[in-house]
Ligand binder design. Structure first.
Ligand code: OGA
Ligand code: NI
Length: 348
């Protein structure tokens, strides 16, 4: 019988959970840094919902105002009428479930703990640098330009590449639309952010959070801000995501046919701090497996990121020095997830 002093013996949590009935010691957070599960099912107000219907028509300026409000006050919003076909989403979710249900030996063909690998299955966040592990396995993929990466992707389940490629193409279209809205909401040309991201990058993760015997001791993901430009998150029907808002953790409960959008560090920099990349975290539960599928839309590694000159003046001096996304991204992965967001290391 396993005890709390068990050390994880399997590379992936997915394969460890069936052998334990307590949380192994390497997953236990220090007392001062544990989730408060009572908050998880609260019905308190959540993040804004934005209807994208007619974004390319008469509703555009109203939608842009909503985006400005959500980005300034929450850093997060949910979107409805986003135009992504349900069928594409359904296939993405199903193939992800099938992937995590493959035999261990089949999944492990994709395993790597090296964050510089562009396709990999791994666990926690960065097991080489972190002190406490997280209750998560994840498959990470680069998706743009698609032809550079698709042949690295898992070939099992057989429809994986086709289903994920279709989803990621649709997510790129949606990302570009949102970036236009965000540019306009900052009073910039509609293609400003698009141009600022250089040749662009797009990554995605499939996060798999197995049921956890003692969810009050650990996190699926601890509080962190996302390093990219924007994130578009798809989650299954199991709650777990929380967003920090005015000192409280708001639960973002699943709503069918919506995506959750958040501002990442690069938009914080480009906006010269008008918009904040907000801390969020994922909690786990003892009953149900949770899956989330974030698309991380980002600059290309060689893009130089800096505050938009139009948003810099004597009252609002530039808050950041120029840097390349490559420098930023390496720092992010090598220092471990933490509340002290990475963006502070690039302050002017
Ligand atoms: C992430 C993330 C939240 C979730 O992958 O960066 O914040 O609900 N995920 O899984
Ligand atoms: Ni995140």
């Amino acid at each position: 019988m396993a005890t709390t002093t068990t050390i994880a013996t399997k590379p992936l949590l997915t394969d460890l959970v069936s052998t334990i009935d307590r949380v192994p010691s390497n997953f236990i957070r220090p007392l001062a840094d544990r989730p408060n599960l009572h908050q998880l099912h609260s019905s308190s107000p959540s993040i804004p919902i934005i209807d994208l219907h007619d974004f390319d028509g008469p509703s555009r300026s109203r939608i842009v105002q909503h985006i400005a409000h959500a980005c300034q006050h929450y850093g997060f919003f949910q979107i409805v009428n986003h135009g992504i076909p349900e069928e594409v989403v359904r296939k993405m979710v199903n193939v992800s479930k099938e992937f995590f249900a493959l035999p261990e030996s089949e999944r492990l063909k994709n395993y790597s703990d090296d964050p510089s690998k562009t396709t990999r299955l791994s666990t926690s966040f960065n097991i080489k640098t972190e002190k406490v592990s997280n209750w998560r396995d994840f498959l990470r993929l680069h998706c743009h330009p698609l032809e550079d990466y698709i042949l690295e992707w898992p070939s099992n389940p057989p429809s994986f590449r086709e289903d994920v490629a279709e989803y990621s193409r649709k997510m790129r279209g949606l990302s570009l639309k949102l970036l236009e809205g965000i540019s306009e909401s900052l009073g910039l040309e509609r293609d400003y952010v698009e141009k600022a991201l250089g040749k662009h990058g797009q990554h995605m993760a499939v996060n798999y959070y197995p049921p956890c015997p003692e969810p009050e001791l650990t996190y699926g993901l601890p509080p962190h801000a996302d390093p990219n430009a924007i994130t578009i998150l798809l989650q299954n029907e199991v709650p777990g995501l929380q967003v920090l808002h005015q000192g409280n953790w708001l639960s973002v409960n699943p709503v069918p046919n919506t995506f959750i959008v958040n501002i990442g560090d690069q938009i914080q920099v480009i906006s010269n701090d008008r918009y904040k990349s907000v801390l969020h975290r994922a909690l786990v539960n003892c009953e149900k497996e949770r899956m989330s599928i974030p698309t991380f839309y980002c600059p290309s590694p060689d893009a130089t990121i800096k505050p938009a000159p139009q948003l810099v003046d004597s009252d609002h001096p530039a808050q950041y020095k120029d840097f390349t996304y490559r420098e930023y991204y390496d720092k992010f992965w090598n220092r471990g997830l933490s509340k002290e967001t990475c963006v502070d290391m690039f302050k002017a």
